[in-house]
Design a protein around this ligand. Sequence first.
Ligand code: RM4
Ligand code: MN
Ligand code: MN
Length: 426
Amino acid sequence: MNIEQNQIEKHNDSLSTSHQRKIDFLKADWSHVDLESIIQKLVDFQIAIPSWALGTGGTRFGRFAITGGEPRTIEEKIEDVGLLHALNGASGAISLHIPWDIPQNAESLKNLASSYGLKFDAMNSNTFQDQAGSAHSYKFGSLQNVNKAIRKQAIEHNIEVIKHGVALGSDALTVWLADGSCFPGQLNFRQAFENTLESLQEIYAALPEDWKIFVEYKAFEPNFYSTTVGDWGQSLLYASKLGKKAYTLVDLGHHLPNANIEQIVALLLMEGKLGGFHFNDSKYGDDDLTAGSIKPYQLFLIFNELVEGMDAKGMNHAKDLGWMIDASHNVKDPLEDLLQSVEAIMIAYAQALLVDRNALKAAQDNNDVAKAQEILQNTFRSDLRPLVAEARLRAGAALAPIGLYRDLAVRSNLVNHRGNTVATGL
Ligand code: RM4
Ligand code: MN
Ligand code: MN
């Protein structure tokens, strides 16, 4: 299914009067700020959609394919992300997971993606599940495994993923390892670290010159006693030892409860070792809930550090870090959920762009704690949704993406075309 430009225009026309009123109000309220340049930054900002979030996710207790019309092939996944991008103008990339997605014909996939204005974002390898027909099992880890042949199989898989990515025009590999241990005594921590490092070094050696490798950390699950890339410190150790193409990837759901993620982000940026993000939200752990649905203030505070830190280094907000969603839902229509995530991320970014940096610096230098809080909460508590909508309008997308998605009955259209299908993934 395609969303036609005239359908978007008709929708935008119907909302134009009320949108104009809101944007005029914002312009008057923020007349001391260059809102035009902020809107342009919002237009430029793109968030990659994970191929595995396009179907209904499951839990270890079950999987309910409640929506139907889920994409069965990479082509259909690209079509779905194309729909999202047409609606919000901010989802211009797809992130693939191998072997959930095995590209057969890279050239035609590239053409299909670019017909929707999409690029291929970071490629993800999978050594947390055993694949049918593979010689060895990852039950006791992959890159850390005590058995060299198992490590070799996992290394080769990652190199295979890089090759797929090269053919598609991607330029990054994300490695998330389930490696670790469930019980004290199971692992020699140092040996596990050294094996993992050595394996990562072999993968790193196969990276093209202009590629990055993202080392993602997670404190728990599926191993519950130790994780071999368990936190940002361990990830940073690997990334530093590997070299300049290696970076830490922050997945918001991968921390221990109440971790100060914004501080982690600030320090990684300072060290030039922050590579990218997996956005999601959580109440308890790796819940993979919609970004901004539980802790929108935290999302804003993270963006506040990102904007401040990237500006301090003269970085390009849109291009110099990898921006990805990583989610998996079992109760919502995945496409509506992704529209909500992108919207929440854009709002947090807009709020961070509007923070009065000079005033904040002055408050910090004066130890004026109350003032610092006032400054941050002033933008957080301002309704900047019209600014994000204006960016969509300028990008040729919809003022109210979910509204249009429902008006056009996109889901039932997909169900009619595809049937009661279930996508690959978790
Ligand atoms: C992991 C991690 C990875 C993702 C898998 C599906 O918890 O977040 O990034 O690829 O889930
Ligand atoms: Mn992740
Ligand atoms: Mn995760």
